[in-house]
Design a protein around this ligand. Structure first.
Ligand code: RUQ
Ligand code: CUA
Length: 663
């Protein structure tokens, strides 16, 4: 007997025969009512019986076969997904959708020892604003570094929409190495995306403010409030953003939204959409319309078209002014020199996505039923000919909408973001309708709609932002899950759905609830492009990439050195002891702990936690950590390892004693 499995088993070879032989089907034993659920786990059941017992359809079994990855086998792709308000980045495997890691980025994370006294504190401090620690972030759009328009697997950049910051994650150790705070504005949205060779990490603002965030009355919104496009210079050698080489371009206060960099033919350009070109400023208590309705009056907002290479040249030629230490190219200069133009875009647009060949820019209209496809060559020739329809009140030239587009796709209610496959199809997330709309880029016609669950925001495709997307998978990133999962209280999980796009029809393969929210964008990279290291070099400081000057490479070198009221402790860490394991200081001393893990075996991790002083670091093999604090609380404080590293893990401990003043 055989159980026929649906014909569309498209993905990759062996799994995909049209039938699955159910060898155990000779077992004719009748299912007893009530025995169904326990029977479902029995080893000798036939596939058909298992399906019946668990209430699974053939489509379910097909989805399971396409996505099940046994322990010990690895996934084909990796997803880097925004962790939303958690401030972190989620790493998932595809097709299993297993959660592999949560990378600590903008918020402290105890397991990774991120933000609890060690070197990572300096990274978090990079995101301070006005000397204030910002304790959270809203991570929106992770973007992988690119070389020639293809993901190179080296770095990941993410933006904090809430506080206008950008982080750099090194995929050598999946650690956040740098956070930079935008000195000009307090929020961003178009970012953190890169040009095809990652010369710049680009971040465009969201809510306009006076640049530099100084005070100006809201009645002077049009005159004093501004948006900005930041070009953070990325130094690949150092693996860091170089703020001194970075610059910004001033933009009108149009509430810039999403953005994308050109590629291939449009390389060197950036496209930024906007809403609230009405420049509504609210005033609900004063009886004025809320920003929401004020911002929805016009039929058209503006897509901003920016020639960033020209802007870069203008900045180099000294045409920029400096605000809060950042070089800012005035929009008047950018416009007059032909580096900045606008073109209309239908009603409250969202999403701004350049096609893989770089010829088109797709913009969704939240309050429109269309996605508009702009044609880069048309835009370019209008700009070259200086053929403008007029200028906005800031003197920025406006191109004629009709002459700038390839066409419009009738999508449905609430199109947002668009991604691409390898066969000339685009996939647009449609928020209000809760569907993925698949459409042909050749004739701009929708060919299929797939219901997703529910209210999809972003959508993502395998290698979808490169010049050569892979096809195969699309991921719907849904805002709501309603009835999809067991209830966990009034705050429901958000839901990623893995969609198979290889067949004639799209199929949902996995529902993957996400335990933190609200996730926005993600990117999916082929696993073989990543080459993370399994351990650090002995004594390596992960934040310099070098052997730390304070590294202790042998227990023989472990020591405690007092210098006035400063105590330096040079400590080694290996299964299952710390050397030294007794440290005594005087109240008020400054204590510097220098700790090196002498482990070299893969996955042999220790932690170091110190009572009272809020100290906790993770010590992966080879890693060196430096911790500094003032011993301002007298008493006796155990320190101990926080990873179950060996049978004698609990014994991996010591004492930190602080002798009271005058004691
Ligand atoms: S934005 S849906 Cu940053 Cu669309 Cu999230
Ligand atoms: Cu080292 Cu537990």
């Amino acid at each position: 007997m055989q159980v026929t499995i649906g014909k569309v088993l498209g993905l990759g070879g062996a799994l995909l025969g049209a039938t699955v032989a159910a060898a155990a089907c000779e077992n004719k034993a009748e299912q007893k009512p009530g025995a169904a659920q326990s029977g479902a786990l029995g080893a000798s059941q036939s596939l058909k019986q298992l399906m019946e017992a668990r209430g699974l359809t053939e489509a379910d079994v097909e989805a399971a076969l396409k996505t099940y990855v046994p322990g010990g086998k690895h996934d084909e792709y990796m997803i880097f997904a925004s962790g939303g308000h958690s401030g972190q980045v989620l790493v998932l495997g595809v097709p299993s959708m297993r959660l592999l890691k949560v990378i600590a980025v903008f918020a402290p994370e105890p397991w990774q020892g991120y933000g609890y006294g060690g070197e990572s504190d300096k990274v978090l401090a990079g995101g301070d604003q006005n000397g204030k620690r910002i304790g959270w972030a809203d991570v929106h759009h992770p973007n992988l570094s690119e070389t020639k328009g293809d993901y190179d697997g080296k770095f990941l950049f993410v933006n904090d929409k809430a506080n206008g910051r950008v982080a750099v994650i090194d995929l050598g150790d999946f650690n956040t190495k740098q956070i930079v705070a935008n000195p000009l504005v307090g929020s961003d949205h178009g970012g953190a995306f890169v040009d095809p060779n990652t010369e710049y990490v680009i971040e465009t603002s969201q809510y306009p403010v006076p640049l530099g965030r100084d005070y100006a009355p809201i009645t002077e919104y049009k005159e004093k409030y501004r948006g900005v496009a930041m070009f953070w210079k990325f130094d690949r050698e150092k693996g860091r953003i170089d703020p001194a080489q970075s610059f910004a371009v001033e933009l009108p206060p149009y509430t810039q939204d999403l953005a994308d960099a050109g590629k291939l033919v449009s390389d060197g350009w950036v496209f930024i959409n906007s809403f609230n070109t009405e420049m509504a400023v609210g005033g609900t208590l004063e009886g004025k319309p809320p920003i929401e309705s004020g911002a929805s009056k016009n039929d058209m907002d503006y897509l901003h078209i920016l020639d960033w290479r020209k802007a870069e040249r203008l900045v180099k030629d000294g045409k920029a002014t400096t605000i809060k230490g950042m070089r800012v190219l005035p929009m008047k200069v950018a416009a007059d020199e032909g580096a900045l133009a606008l073109v209309g875009e239908p009603k409250s647009p969202h999403g701004c996505d350049v096609t893989p060949d770089g010829t088109g820019i797709v913009v969704g209209g939240k309050l429109d039923t269309h996605a508009t496809v702009y044609e880069f060559s048309k835009i370019k020739s209008l700009i070259d000919q200086k053929k403008f329809e007029g200028k906005d009140e800031y003197g920025i030239p406006i191109l004629a909408f009709k002459e700038s587009i390839r066409g419009q796709v009738e999508i449905g209610l609430g199109p947002l973001h668009t991604v691409f496959d390898d066969k000339g199809f685009a996939y647009t997330s449609v928020f209000i309708e809760s569907v993925v709309a698949k459409w042909s880029m050749k004739d701009l016609k929708v060919t299929e709609k797939l219901s997703v669950h529910y209210n999809i925001g972003h959508i993502m495709a395998a290698e979808g932002d490169t010049v050569s997307p892979d096809g195969k998978y699309v991921v719907a990133m849904n805002k709501m899950s309603m009835d999809r999962f067991t209830k966990v209280g009034p705050l429901f999980p958000q839901n990623f759905q893995l969609v198979d796009t290889t067949g004639e029809q799209m199929r949902i393969l996995v529902d993957a609830p996400i335990g933190i929210g609200e996730p926005h964008y993600s990117q999916m990279i082929k696993i073989d492009k990543l080459a993370p290291h399994a351990a650090y070099k002995p004594g390596e400081n992960p934040y310099t990439g070098k052997v730390d000057p304070h590294a202790v490479l042998s227990p023989k070198d472990a020591r405690i050195v007092r210098n006035g009221t400063t105590v330096d402790v040079y400590m080694t860490v290996i299964r299952s002891h710390f050397v030294p394991d007794r440290i005594e200081v005087d109240e008020g001393d400054t204590v510097n702990l220098h700790m090196t893990s002498l482990e070299s075996a893969e996955d042999q991790v220790h932690g170091f936690a110190l009572n009272m002083y809020d100290v906790n670091v993770s010590l992966e093999p080879g890693k060196h950590e430096n911790i500094s604090f003032k011993a301002d609380v007298p008493g006796v404080f155990p320190f101990f390892c926080t990873e179950f590293c060996s049978a004698l893990h609990l014994e991996m401990a010591g004492y930190f004693l602080v002798k009271p003043k005058g004691g």
